[in-house]
Ligand binder design. Sequence first.
Ligand code: 5GP
Ligand code: MN
Length: 342
Amino acid sequence: MCQISVSKSEQILALLKSNPNIIITTHSNPDGDAIGSSLGLFHMLKTLGIKTSIVIPNEIPDFLAWLPGSEEIVRFSKQKEAAQKLIGEANVIFALDFNGPGRLEEMKGDFSNSKAIKILIDHHPHPEDIFDWKLSETKASSTAELVYEFATILNAESKINLQAAQSIFTGIMTDTGSFSYGCSNPRTFEIAAKLISKGAKVEEIQQQVYNNFSENRMRLMGHALTNKMKVFPAYRSAFISLTRKELNQFKYKIGDTEGLVNLPLSIKNIIFSALLIENTDYVKVSLRSAGNFEANKICEKYFNGGGHINAAGGKSFVPLSETEEKFIEILKKHQNELKHAR
Ligand code: 5GP
Ligand code: MN
């Protein structure tokens, strides 16, 4: 695995300009950083005269569908043949915002079998050793920030046009909770400022991402907070669990629970929060923490997952009620760390 740096930029540019079939991909159930960084790279490379296709495992949530270029994204779940053809013919694959093929879910096999040169741009810890090139930096706020850095390395900052700027800004903004966590490095704000100079419209992006939900989604939030949130002050923790039935009742659409797991952290002295969502064959676990309590370690150890220190996810393969009990057991087991977390 070769680190992407200025000294390698000629080599990388030569590869990208040699007319290969290039695809950009990102993780399943994409968030703002996944889609924002993918579209940011797509638009930047396009201005450089380099054509790419974006292929993702499943749906684009509505709150990101307004981003320019999103209509061109090929979804493996809906357009399997087209997606498999693109992956099969690819000579270069950019892997954005994930650190191993497991996060591609249904697309994992096609990605792993591909002989294409794989280029990782990501900010998760411990990238798997399957990539040929990597721009991997856990200190970066987001993968979108690293896409900006990638453009800088290629001496192509000027190729970040309005569409790329809007996309990259969306990635940084959503992965930092609107610049409220994971962004204490001045570089994040420098890049944000540059994106605004390039035309990124902060108010428009905020409006599109955060003020565009359905009434049902708002009521689902209300239900979750009023009826489903369980708070454990002694463990400085809380969790919310939602059954399929409840989600159906509120006509759940992908993206509707985005942000919900963060809300319990705004309760005084709560530093660890979980969202447990019933799926057909597993329970999706989302964890968030504040300070030095490592949510990713909990996910790795108990929920077949991983992520960042303060934002992690995974899966539980026992029923929802048992997953709730398991979570409470975990709180008991880790009560000392929870108590002393800073
Ligand atoms: P979310 O809770 O929003 O689904 O995910 C939060 C973070 O946890 C993601 O940015 C990602 O880093 C990580 N994550 C989520 N789901 C998984 C998973 O199934 N496996 C791993 N390794 N990480 C995950
Ligand atoms: Mn990210």
